[in-house]
Design a protein around this ligand. Structure first.
Ligand code: AGP
Length: 612
């Protein structure tokens, strides 16, 4: 979602702001803007805004020869008000400029109060209320830093903000609560941004702000306080994120790069079990043995692709660890009456660790007294990771494409480890089974690499059905969530309408949709449900439907008119969903290429969904 970059340095910071915004493009946005302070003579704000890409903003900056030593910049993903130049940030209130990521829930109330005081609003955004409120505060609190703190005290909701003022041109103020923000300590100045990738161009030294922090950036230093003004020290970290990790390299798209990075990402995530030996529950944290031993039920909360990972894990946890498991969409769980159970292990899964609904669902579960919590997340310093008793950080590396790929397979690897740890602590894993499962996990990177070799055939399939308007995905058992994930991938990047069903449900309704215009994609591993699935496929064939079947080494399904079969290199037992999803990722990717859609930045979507 929205991204923020702030800079104050002994150099022209305009290129830094623009490059920072480019690095935040993956978060999803529809407009961009920046404001700088010209400090020669009377300080003066200069603002540029553009609907569409950062490139448009960069062209405006070039054309105007913009240069300055202090500035704030923003990519906006519309929440309040349509994507337009008028609604793009920064928002200005007489000499003050504000950029904001998040949602101010009481903005209507603030807006009416400010309008009553004579403030004129020129946008439909909640952010403009922050700018005018700050302006109003400055009338009674002349110090900018203190006035920002007083303004924040009146905001309800989530924010990361950056502020510049003509009356105080030697510092930029930033703050966060609920939305991510970190500081960068450079050789020639100080910076802030929504994520590290935006700052690697100038520094690796970063300071992660905590919720409620307010910071002042000057040319000669910075300070951080709580919102009430109490000074706080925040650790300086050296980011290990490599600049290459966020570069495209030889690939056409980040999604393609990330699909092909999966063997490496899985290898990194499973590094702790690479050296032989057994599964150690402490992989999840020092208290894992105690917490897992007292776990009678598992509740998994997540959104989107991460929710699908949870659905696969339910099959594993119930069949291997013999612990009852439910999986719920976070945005539903947080608003319903449920029966809290302190013996439940609450597992939240999130690539970004920022997803507002998942974070809120976790906090809600904790408020109900469920304090045995575990985060499976790809971002170690994220809000979600900080909220849980236990954590497992997947090592997928930065995922830039909006469509989640390597984050999903590494989440599944982490959930497989969780299953084994739960089973072991609760005495449900024999030494023999443990060794067998671990051997499979260790071999996973090689097995995934072999699936990637199927790309040319999958590309051929994608060519055939990219012209279709709808598609059905079928799976059974633990491959039903993989069908769901295949359908989600296809719709989000190719805009082909796709639905997934457990194959046994076909004749209870969706079969009515099947004709030659409806490609049906089936996930058909050689498991105990294969014969049942074959009957379901016959039902499709008999109605003239065209079938694309992802079988595997042991699934004997004959190729025939209208039935296309692709065999996965091996049958992979319990971990088979991890192999099958890779082929569906490739299918969506190639369908999107044929359709010419924006693969990495699909319309209307954001990478980090930091609003409800
Ligand atoms: C998947 O391709 C998505 N872009 C989306 O469903 C995503 O998985 C969801 O928004 C949850 O994000 P998270 O894992 O960062 O919490």
């Amino acid at each position: 979602m929205c991204g923020i970059v702030t800079a104050i340095a002994r150099r022209n910071i305009v290129p830094v702001l623009l490059e920072g915004l480019r690095k935040l493009e993956y978060r999803g946005y529809d407009s961009a803007g920046l404001a700088v302070l010209k400090t020669e003579g009377t300080p003066q704000l200069q603002r540029l805004r553009a609907v569409g890409r950062v490139a448009e903003l960069a062209a405006q900056a070039d054309a105007t020869g913009l240069s300055a030593e202090i500035g704030i910049a923003h990519t906006r993903w519309a929440t309040h008000g349509v994507p337009s130049e008028r609604n793009a940030h920064p928002h200005i209130s007489a000499g003050l400029a504000v950029v904001h990521n998040g949602i101010i829930e009481n903005f209507e109330e603030l807006r009416s109060g400010l309008q009553a005081k004579g403030y004129k609003f020129t946008s439909e955004t909640d952010t403009e209320a922050i700018a005018h409120l700050l302006h109003d505060k400055l009338k009674s609190i002349p110090d900018l830093f203190d006035a920002v703190r007083a303004t924040l005290a009146e905001l309800v909701g989530a924010y990361a903000i950056g502020v510049l003022s003509e009356t105080d041109p030697n510092r930029a103020i930033v703050a966060r609560k609920g939305s991510p923000l970190l500081l960068g300590i450079g050789e020639d100045g100080y910076y802030a941004a929504s994520d590290t990738a935006a700052l690697l161009q100038v520094t690796r030294k970063v300071v992660y702000l905590e919720d409620g922090d307010v910071a002042e950036l000057r040319l000669d230093g910075y300070r951080v306080t709580l919102q009430d003004g109490t000074p706080v020290e925040r650790a300086v970290n050296i980011s290990s994120l490599s600049a290459d990790a966020v570069e495209l390299g030889k690939y056409r798209h980040y999604m393609q790069k990330e699909i092909f990075e999966q063997p490496q990402a899985l290898g990194n995530t499973l590094e702790m079990i690479a050296g032989g030996g057994g599964i150690s529950p402490q992989l999840f944290g020092a208290d894992a043995v105690g917490i897992f031993g007292a776990t009678r039920r598992v509740l998994i909360l997540a959104c989107g692709t991460s929710y699908h990972a949870g659905l696969v894990a339910r099959y594993w946890i119930e069949s291997v660890a013999k612990i009852s498991c439910t999986v719920e969409i976070a945005s539903e769980y947080r608003y319903r009456d449920s029966v809290p159970d302190p013996e439940t292990l609450v597992v939240v899964i999130s690539q970004s660790g920022e997803t507002a609904d998942t974070l809120a669902a976790l906090k809600f579960a904790k408020s109900l007294g469920m304090n045995k919590t575990l985060a499976i997340c790809n971002v170690p310093e994220s809000a979600i990771v900080r909220e849980t008793a236990l954590r497992f950080v997947t090592r997928a590396g930065p995922e830039i494409g909006v469509a989640s790929t390597k984050a999903f397979t590494t989440q599944l690897a982490a959930l497989a480890l969780l299953t084994l740890a739960l089973a072991k602590v609760n005495g449900r894993l024999s030494d023999e089974d443990e060794a067998m499962h671990l051997a499979h996990l260790r071999h996973l990177p090689v097995a995934v690499a072999k699936v990637l070799e199927l790309e040319p055939e999958i590309e051929g399939w994608a060519q055939r059905f990219a012209s279709k308007h709808h598609a059905l995905f079928l799976g059974r058992g633990m491959h039903y969530p993989i069908a769901l994930e295949g359908a989600l991938k296809l719709k989000e990047i190719s805009y082909i309408h796709a639905e997934a069903y457990p194959a046994g449900e076909l004749k209870h309704g969706p079969l009515a949709l099947v004709d030659k215009e409806m490609p049906v994609i089936a996930v058909a591993p050689a498991d105990s449900l294969l014969e049942k699935l074959k009957s379901n496929l016959q039902e499709v064939k008999a109605r003239g439907g065209e079938l694309y079947v992802f079988a595997d080494a042991g699934s004997e399904i004959p190729q025939s008119e209208g039935v296309h079969i692709l065999h996965m290199p091996e049958h992979y037992g319990l971990l088979s969903p991890i192999l099958h999803v890779v082929s569906l990722q490739l299918l969506s990717y190639h369908a999107a290429l044929v359709k010419g859609t924006d693969v990495d930045k699909p319309r209307n979507l954001a990478k980090s969904v930091t609003v409800e």
